[in-house]
Design a protein around this ligand. Structure first.
Ligand SMILES: *[C@@H]1O[C@H](CO)[C@@H](O)[C@H](O)[C@H]1NC(C)=O
Ligand SMILES: *[C@@H]1O[C@H](CO)[C@@H](O)[C@H](O)[C@H]1NC(C)=O
Length: 527
């Protein structure tokens, strides 16, 4: 009896401790890219498991219902079909790329604004309080106003490595001489010419676009979080507690990060895959010659691609002896080959973990490449948009697969590329070696993310972790003022020394020299 009572007491006490440590966390993931959401969910899951009171707000449906948290889905209209469709991007011309980029950015801004003005979001903002806000960030940084609203710290999740745009916010060093800009791809070390290019690309491209972006962000911030009632955008943007970045040094780009940047690449990959749906499991289990997984990601739909290209892809894939899993979103698939399974959405990570999957044909989206690398499945990349080109380039350079431009795809070319990666073992061997390194970490990416998020909560924003660089301007940060100051001092010292030296020389040798001169003049006269 006494023991039972003690047990009950201990239990109550323990639950009190848990309760007092549990925080109310809001995750706003107003993204229209499903691949973002996979990462976001992977960040939130361990927080739920650790007993926090988690609210997840999204504009897309979750991949699968998450137990133990509240999910609110806002009603924000999806992007227009052509925003990122393949048809739009087949020509890689710069003007087109810029146009697409701008269209994408404008839409993202509006999308973020609609999110904040959704009635359900408004209600949440007016009725509740939170201890921490976590944001999925792309072109929606103005949503940090939420942290101003709830007067709580906030954390960013970014899908890339800590590019300048986000790195600057926490004072991450640029290190332009050995850390390549995002558009340079993953080249380390850099040749002299590449270093020149890197500096130019950063200062011309990134400074200009960051300036413009900040200007637009402020506009949307001020609309939603008017000055007077809220701190300014500029103040908020310097108050980020933590950036979780989907990168890891083992993937390349070795760079120093400030303490507020934490690498969580691979967080979406499960070290132990979930069981596959029955039909997929059977399809893969019985693929005695192996299987190919084909998906162009969540933003590009196969159906948007040029019909002629689809016919080519279908012809080659339907003639393989391997089984093929093809992500096909809507409309009638291009054929009924018995070796192909068409479906709208697949649990990609769990499929890539299946030992029979021998090849991944991918658009080269960051998330897809990460999962493929995590599970050691070699790739054929068909990049279509933005960073996909450099992601795929990196894959090819590292020897983890091959790439094809969509416009150069022919039956022969596609077939030979697919067969090369399927039958030449070097790709797989190299990638599996990488996979071993990639997984070797002190804590799993999930635990790492959860630890640092809790750290920020425990220390109320962890201001002590912030780099002083956040509050320095360009001139101070790069020491230009210090160099200028030292240069002036050096110059003055040099001038003074030179003056003194001349005087001394003059005093010591001046007379002698004059005498000599007079002597020689006298001699000349005498002659
Ligand atoms: C910055 O963050 C800290 C810690 O979260 C908070 O106390 C402070 O009020 C914030 N400042 C602004 C301007 O929001
Ligand atoms: C943001 O959305 C609101 C409500 O839909 C709209 O009135 C406002 O003009 C938008 N703000 C900007 C800067 O476009």
């Amino acid at each position: 009896m006494g023991n039972t009572l003690r047990l009950v007491f201990v239990f109550i006490f323990a639950s009190l401790i848990v309760k007092s440590e549990s925080a109310k966390i809001l995750g706003l993931f107003a993204t229209f890219g499903r691949s973002h959401l996979i990462i976001d969910e992977a960040v939130m899951q361990p927080l739920i498991d650790r007993g926090h009171d988690v609210t997840i707000v999204t504009t897309l449906p979750l991949h699968s219902p998450i137990k133990g948290c509240r999910h609110i889905q806002l009603n924000v209209p999806p992007p227009p079909k052509n925003l990122r469709s393949g048809a739009n991007m087949e020509s890689g011309k710069f003007t087109n790329m810029w146009q697409n980029y701008k269209k994408f950015m404008e839409f993202s801004l509006q999308y973020g604004n609609r999110t904040l003005n959704d009635p359900a979001m408004r209600q949440l903002m007016s009725e509740e309080v939170f201890d921490l806000v976590i944001l999925d960030v792309y072109f929606n940084t103005f949503q940090i106003g939420l942290a101003a609203h709830f007067k709580c710290p906030f954390v960013f999740i970014i899908m890339q490595r800590p590019i300048k745009l986000f790195g600057d916010l926490v004072g991450n060093p640029l290190e332009l001489t050995y850390v390549p800009n995002v558009i340079m791809g993953n080249i380390q070390p850099m040749s002299f010419l590449n270093r020149v290019k890197n500096v130019l690309a950063t200062f011309v491209g990134e400074y200009a676009s960051a300036w413009y972006l900040n200007y637009r962000m402020e506009e949307f911030y001020n609309y939603n979080f008017p000055s007077g009632r809220f701190p300014s955008y500029k103040e908020m943007i310097r108050n980020i507690s933590l950036i979780l970045t989907c990168s890891h040094f083992s993937e390349g780009t070795v760079r120093p990060n400030v303490p507020a940047v934490i690498e969580i690449a691979g967080i979406q990959a499960k070290s132990k895959p979930y069981p596959l749906p029955k039909d997929i499991k059977e399809f893969l289990d019985s693929a005695k010659d192996g299987a190919v997984y084909f998906s162009l990601g969540s933003n590009i739909r196969s159906v948007d691609m040029n019909l002629e290209k689809i016919k080519i892809l279908y012809k080659v894939l339907s003639e393989l002896k391997q089984r093929v899993i093809w992500k096909w979103e809507e409309g009638a698939p291009p054929g009924r080959a018995s070796n192909i399974l068409f479906k709208q959405w697949f649990p990609q990570d769990d499929i890539l973990a299946h030992p029979n999957v021998k090849l991944f044909i991918t658009h080269g989206g960051h998330g897809s490449v990460v999962e493929s690398k995590y599970h050691g499945v070699p790739m054929v990349g068909i990049p279509l948009f933005s960073d996909q080109f450099s992601n795929v380039n990196d894959v090819v350079k590292a020897g983890y697969g091959l790439s094809l431009r969509i416009e150069e795809i022919t039956v022969e070319k596609f077939r030979s590329t697919v067969e090369e990666v399927l039958y030449n073992p070097t790709y797989r061997i190299k990638l599996q070696e990488f996979s071993r390194i990639y997984r070797d970490r002190p804590m799993s990416p999930k635990d790492t993310a959860a630890y640092w998020i809790e750290y920020v909560i425990r220390h109320r924003g962890a201001k002590h972790m912030q780099s002083p660089a956040v509050h320095m301007n360009f001139i101070q940060l790069y020491g230009l003022d210090v160099f200028a100051f030292l240069f002036v001092i050096l110059y003055v010292v040099f001038k003074v020394l030179f003056f003194v030296f001349r005087k001394v020389v003059h005093l010591l040798f001046g007379r002698k020299y004059k005498n000599q001169k007079q002597d020689s003049n006298k001699q000349k006269k005498n002659q």
